[in-house]
Design a binder for this molecule. Structure first.
Ligand code: CP
Length: 310
């Protein structure tokens, strides 16, 4: 298979295992490119990409822009904070104006779940979801799984991954669950009862509320940030108490009888969900995830761009 089964990347839910594997093998080639002295290929010289960010981002935004430039695409960046959205312009009007400037592919982050799908059904350009509210963050899950593959090998069967923290508000958790399960891994979620969705077991994941037990079970722990900006009520008494029960520190990590891999999608709240000495330890692959993000996004954009009629 050398083509994706989808025309847009809205979520991992819509991808097949073969799609994910194709993205990984394409990313393998691009990872070689970005580690060469000349980190650029001319593949997308005739493609124009707009990065539309209606919500804050550091890693995803930089990573997409870098990926696009490494592929030699023309890139325009849009930030809602400094745009006419502030004057009342709607999403579709904003996008139509950008498309009138002959854009081929749109990468969008938006606070509303479903925004990327809405857009893909209304415009001619290809759409990549860079995170839509609490729904999905597909390229994050792809780069996370790709980073696990790099450490533990291509066969995910029997690999055990625990996602710890604010599962309820996390698009990263949902995309990771879909991605890891499609690849054959076992997934557990761990956190306070109030931050675990009631029906999550229906997705086929295990649920654990004791962090030590979860860590003893897993090969990989993906530590998530508490998304205070999406919480309208208080889900736990204090960050200090959360950290005592669900924060990963070096003492706990070293007390396990095996060496697990520690991941975090960022941004990290050091001292809350993860201590500094764990984030910076040799078991942490947090910066590998960031590096792999560029290769994965190059692969996604390259594969979707090959479907543009030109
Ligand atoms: N992991 C992630 O999405 O980070 P940003 O919010 O900084 O893009």
């Amino acid at each position: 298979m050398n083509n994706l089964s989808v025309d847009h990347l809205i979520g991992i839910k819509g991808l097949s295992k073969e799609d994910i594997e194709l993205i990984f093998t394409t990313a393998d080639s691009f990872k070689q490119v970005i580690n060469r002295p000349i980190k650029k290929v001319p593949s997308l010289r005739d493609v124009t990409i707009a990065n539309l960010f209606f919500e804050n981002s550091t890693r995803t935004r930089l990573s997409f822009e870098l990926a696009e430039k490494r592929l030699s695409a023309d890139v325009v960046n849009f930030s809602a904070a400094s745009s006419s959205v502030k004057k009342g312009e709607t999403l579709i009007d904003t996008v139509n104006n950008i498309l009138a400037m002959k854009v081929d592919l749109v990468v969008m982050r938006h606070p509303n779940p479903g925004a990327a799908k809405f857009l893909s059904e209304r415009i001619g350009a290809k759409v990549v979801n860079a995170g839509d509210g609490t729904h999905e963050h597909p390229t994050q899950a792809l780069l996370d799984a790709y980073s696990i593959r790099e450490k533990l090998g291509e066969d995910f069967k029997g690999k055990k991954v625990v996602i710890v923290g604010d599962i309820k508000h996390s698009r990263v958790a949902l995309s990771n669950i879909f991605c890891l399960q499609k690849l054959g891994a076992e997934v557990m979620v761990c956190g306070p009862t109030t931050l675990i969705p009631k029906h999550i077991k229906e997705l086929g994941v295990k649920v654990e509320h004791d962090l030590r037990k979860a860590l003893e079970w897993c090969d990989v722990a993906n530590m998530l940030r508490i998304q205070l900006e999406r919480q309208d009520i208080q889900f736990f008494p204090s960050l200090r108490e959360y950290s005592m029960l669900f924060g990963l520190d070096k003492k706990l990590l070293d007390s396990l009888d095996k060496k697990i891999i520690v991941m975090h999608p960022g941004p990290i709240n050091r001292g809350v969900e993860i201590s500094s000495d764990v984030a910076d330890s040799d078991q942490s692959i947090i910066l590998d995830q960031v590096e792999n993000g560029v290769a994965i996004r190059m692969a996604v954009i390259y594969l979707l761009a090959s479907k543009i009629n030109r």
